[in-house]
Design a protein. Structure first.
Length: 299
């Protein structure tokens, strides 16, 4: 069963030492990045059949990213390198608590969406499941493209996984980010959100109440990740709370994507059977914790 993942691919330029502010960074090391790409690589390495819908510039960075995706076994039928487009990059700094800050240059995203848009619905129709986030909904052209693909996936009855990946600071109107994300919840097979995202989506600071609110909004299942405290699952008659795993974190950037990719791979292998989410939760929490111990989002 093939899962189509719609998402960004970019280069994370990471300062590999804790700094109090981006102005203190003195050196950046390139790492593979982009939420959609990170999930695709993690899921593929875990045995899932995944395709990434997206693209990058036809430049040195873009070729490097494409080769990394191919080496990980990600299908690239719907991934293109575009001449004249600059590959997106993110400058990443991390504080003493391993929490990252991002400065993202993604002017190429609109060009990618213009190239991908006419073919994306057909790609959804050729897939067995669909994964997406708000990362491809910041600008109007890519938002319309993403919404059309999402709507078609729901029409076809495909399992839809929504990972908000909310970064309101990237939006000209941060409040719009939350509104758009809320519109993606109804009909989802699974909504996976971190504690902060869950509160933004529901107004509930308590993770259990937030999960219940997501179910009330139309999600079939909801998983809330709790950082070092693990994760919880509610929905489809399932109730599971998994504690965190010990870790010596240096960078939390890849934890959520690694968690999501691991969970996606196990649930897809089970034919999108909801109890498989509960069965895979321990492994996903462990994988997410391990990801915080490396500087890059994916090894």
């Amino acid at each position: 069963m093939r899962t189509l993942i719609l998402g960004e691919t970019l280069v994370d330029l990471i300062c590999e030492r804790p700094v109090a502010s981006p102005g203190e960074a003195d050196r950046f090391t390139p790492h593979f990045g982009g939420a959609g790409a990170n999930v695709a690589v993690t899921a593929s390495r875990a045995g899932a059949d995944v395709a990434l819908a997206g693209g990058a510039g036809k430049d040195t960075w873009g070729c490097w990213l494409r080769d990394g995706l191919a080496d990980a076994g990600v299908a690239l039928d719907h991934f293109a390198l575009l001449p004249g487009v600059r590959t997106s990059v993110a400058f990443v700094t991390v504080d003493a608590a391993a929490e990252p800050q991002f400065v993202i240059y993604d002017e190429g995203l609109t060009a990618v969406s213009e190239q991908l848009g006419p073919r994306l619905v057909a790609a959804v129709e050729a897939s067995d499941a669909f994964f997406f986030s708000t990362g491809t909904m910041v600008g109007e052209p890519e938002r319309a493209m993403t919404q059309a693909a999402h709507a078609r996936a729901l029409e076809l009855g495909l399992p839809v996984v929504f990972d908000p990946n909310l970064r309101p600071g990237r939006w000209s109107n941060p409040g719009r980010a939350t509104t758009v994300a809320r519109e993606c919840v109804p009909g989802a097979f699974l909504v996976k959100a971190n504690r902060r995202e869950a509160e933004l989506l529901t107004g509930e600071a308590d993770p259990v109440r937030a999960a219940e609110a997501l179910l009330a909004a139309g999600a079939q299942t909801a998983v809330i990740t709790l950082g070092g405290d693990g994760a919880l699952l509610r929905g489809a008659g399932l109730r599971r709370d998994v504690p965190g795993r010990p870790a010596d974190p240096v960078n939390a950037t890849g934890a959520g994507d690694t968690f999501a990719g691991t969970l996606l791979a196990r649930v897809a292998a089970a034919g999108w059977y909801p109890p498989a989410i509960a069965a895979a939760l321990d492994e996903a929490v462990a994988a997410g914790a391990l990801a915080t111990e490396r500087w890059g989002a994916v090894a």
